[in-house]
Design a protein around this ligand. Structure first.
Ligand SMILES: Nc1ncnc2c1ncn2[C@@H]1O[C@H](COP(=O)(O)OP(=O)(O)O)[C@@H](O)[C@H]1O
Ligand SMILES: CC(=O)OP(=O)(O)O
Ligand SMILES: [Mg+2]
Length: 418
C-alpha cells in the first residue's frame, strides 16, 4: 500500500480575553481554507462568524447565541469546520498552532506543548491575566479533541528575548527583580516580527540592513524598535499594560498612582488592576474603546473623544521619538493592526510635525484604503512611512509547520493571494 502523503494543514487559534480568532491553512501554498471569529464569549449574546474558502466563492455563516467560555467556543468552531469537511478529525491536519501571549524568559522559540509546557503557561497567568487563561483553554480543548496531534505554542514574548538588558531591565532593586522574575518581556512579538520582515521586503532591502519602528495599534497596542530584524526595545513590559494608550488599558502611568488609589481611595489591588486594564485607555477617557467611534465623535465636535484622541497621539509621538533615538538611524515607521491599518487620521496626526526627524506623509497615499503593504510617505522623505497589514495567524502557522515538518520557510511567509 502506498504511504499516505504527510499532512500539510495547520489550524491556528488566537484566543483573546473574550474572543477567538482562527484560521485553517494549507502550508504547501499558504492558502487559507477557512477562517473565523467568535466574539463576546461569556456575554449574553455571543457571535460566531465563519467563512469557508474552499469553494469557488467564499461562503460565510453567522450564528448568534450564548457561548459561555473558550472551550464551548472551540467546540462550536470545530463543528463549523466539520460542516465544511475540514474538521479537526481530518488526517490532513498536521498540527494546531496556538498564540500564547506570555512565555516568560523560558520560551524564545515555538514550542511543542506537553504537560510541563502547559503548566508553565499556567504559572505565567499573573503576568498576562487577560490573555494566558484563554490561550491555555484553547490548548487544553484542542488537546482533548485530538490528543494525537502536535500542539505548538507560539509566544508573543519570543521576538523580544533579544532585547538588551538596558531595555529589558527596570531600574529597581536587582535582587528583588531577579527573585520575582520582574523584567520587560513585551508582547505582540509575532506581529512585530512578521511586519518588520514585510516592511524590509516593501523597501526592497535585506532585513539585516534595515531599522524600523513598528506601531502595532489594535485593541492592545505596542511599539517595537527593530534593528536588522532583531528587537532592541518594545513598549509593553512585565505585562501588556505598559506603554501606549490602548482600547481599555492605560499604558504608561506613574506606579505611585497605584499606591495612591490603594491608600487614599479605598481601592484594593484587584480593583486597581481592573481599573487600569479594563476601564482605562480610550474607554476610560471617553466611554468608547473603538477608534472608529472616537474619530466619528471627534468629527461631531465631541470634546471627550477629542481629548482621548489627543492623548493617544501624544503617547505615540513620544514612542516614535524615543525609538528614533534608540535606533540612531530609522529606515521606516510602520503602522499595523486594526487602528494602524485602517485609521488614516491616526497616522496623519502621529506623523504631523515630525519633519525635523525626516518624517512626512503623502495625504493622498495615506487616504487610500487597501489590504496590502504600501508606502504612504512622499519620495523626498528621509524616513519611509508604511502601512503593513499584520498576519499573526499566518506567522503562527508558518512557525508551527516549520517545527512539526522540519521545513523552515519563515522568511517566505507572505500570504498566497486569496
Ligand atoms: N476603519 C477603522 N478606523 C479606525 N479604527 C478601526 C477601523 N477598523 C478597525 N479599527 C480598530 O481596530 C481595533 C481592533 O484591532 P485588532 O487589531 O483587530 O485588535 P485585537 O486583535 O486586539 O482585537 C478596533 O478596536 C477598532 O478601534
Ligand atoms: C498582548 C495584547 O495586548 O494582545 P491583544 O492586542 O490581542 O489584546
Ligand atoms: Mg491583536
Amino acid at each position: 500500500m502506498p504511504d499516505s502523503p504527510a499532512p500539510t494543514r495547520v489550524l491556528v487559534l488566537n484566543s483573546g480575553s473574550s474572543s477567538l480568532k482562527y484560521q485553517l491553512l494549507d502550508m504547501r501554498d499558504h492558502r487559507r481554507l477557512a477562517q473565523g471569529l467568535v466574539e463576546r464569549i461569556g456575554e449574553r449574546t455571543s457571535t460566531l462568524s465563519h467563512t469557508s474558502l474552499v469553494g469557488t466563492e467564499p461562503a460565510k455563516r453567522e450564528r448568534e447565541g450564548r457561548i459561555a467560555d473558550h472551550e464551548e467556543a472551540l467546540n462550536a468552531v470545530s463543528e463549523e469546520l466539520s460542516a465544511d469537511g475540514l474538521g479537526t478529525d481530518s488526517p490532513e491536519l498536521a498540527a494546531v498552532g496556538h498564540r500564547v501571549v506570555h512565555g516568560g524568559k523560558l520560551f524564545s522559540r515555538p514550542t511543542l506543548v506537553d504537560d510541563a509546557v502547559e503548566r508553565e503557561i499556567e504559572r505565567l497567568i499573573p503576568v498576562a491575566p487577560l490573555h494566558n487563561p484563554a490561550n491555555l483553554t484553547g490548548i487544553r480543548t484542542a488537546r482533548s479533541l485530538r490528543p494525537d496531534l502536535p500542539q505548538v505554542a507560539v509566544f508573543d514574548t519570543a521576538f523580544h528575548t533579544t532585547m538588551p538588558e538596558s531595555a529589558s531591565r527596570y531600574a529597581m532593586d536587582i535582587a528583588t527583580a531577579d527573585e520575582h522574575r520582574i523584567r520587560r518581556y513585551g508582547a505582540h512579538g509575532t506581529s512585530h516580527a512578521y511586519v518588520s520582515r514585510e516592511a524590509a521586503k516593501l523597501l526592497g532591502r535585506a532585513e539585516e540592513d534595515v531599522n524600523v519602528i513598528v506601531l502595532h495599534l489594535g485593541n492592545g497596542a505596542s511599539a517595537a524598535a527593530v534593528r536588522g530584524g532583531r528587537c532592541v526595545d518594545t513598549s509593553m513590559g512585565l505585562t501588556p499594560l505598559e506603554g501606549l494608550v490602548m482600547g481599555t488599558r492605560s499604558g504608561d502611568i506613574d506606579p505611585a498612582v497605584v499606591f495612591h488609589l490603594v491608600r487614599n481611595a479605598g481601592m484594593s489591588p484587584e480593583d486597581v488592576d481592573v481599573l487600569l486594564n479594563k476601564k482605562s485607555g480610550l474607554l476610560g477617557l471617553c466611554g468608547d474603546n473603538d477608534m472608529r467611534e472616537i474619530i466619528r465623535r471627534t468629527g461631531e465636535g465631541d470634546e471627550s473623544a477629542r481629548l482621548a484622541f489627543e492623548i493617544y497621539i501624544h503617547r505615540l509621538k513620544k514612542y516614535i521619538g524615543a525609538y528614533t533615538a534608540v535606533l540612531g538611524r530609522v529606515d521606516a515607521v510602520v503602522f499595523t493592526a486594526g487602528v494602524g491599518e485602517n485609521a488614516a487620521p491616526v497616522r496623519e496626526a502621529a506623523i504631523a510635525g515630525l519633519e525635523e526627524m525626516g518624517l512626512a506623509l503623502d495625504g493622498d497615499l495615506n487616504a487610500v484604503r487597501a489590504d496590502r503593504a504600501r508606502l504612504i510617505s512622499p519620495e523626498y522623505a528621509r524616513v519611509a512611512v508604511a502601512v503593513v497589514p499584520t498576519d499573526e495567524e499566518l506567522e503562527i502557522a508558518t512557525q508551527t509547520y516549520a517545527l512539526v515538518s522540519g521545513v523552515d520557510d519563515t522568511s517566505s511567509a507572505t500570504r498566497a493571494d486569496n
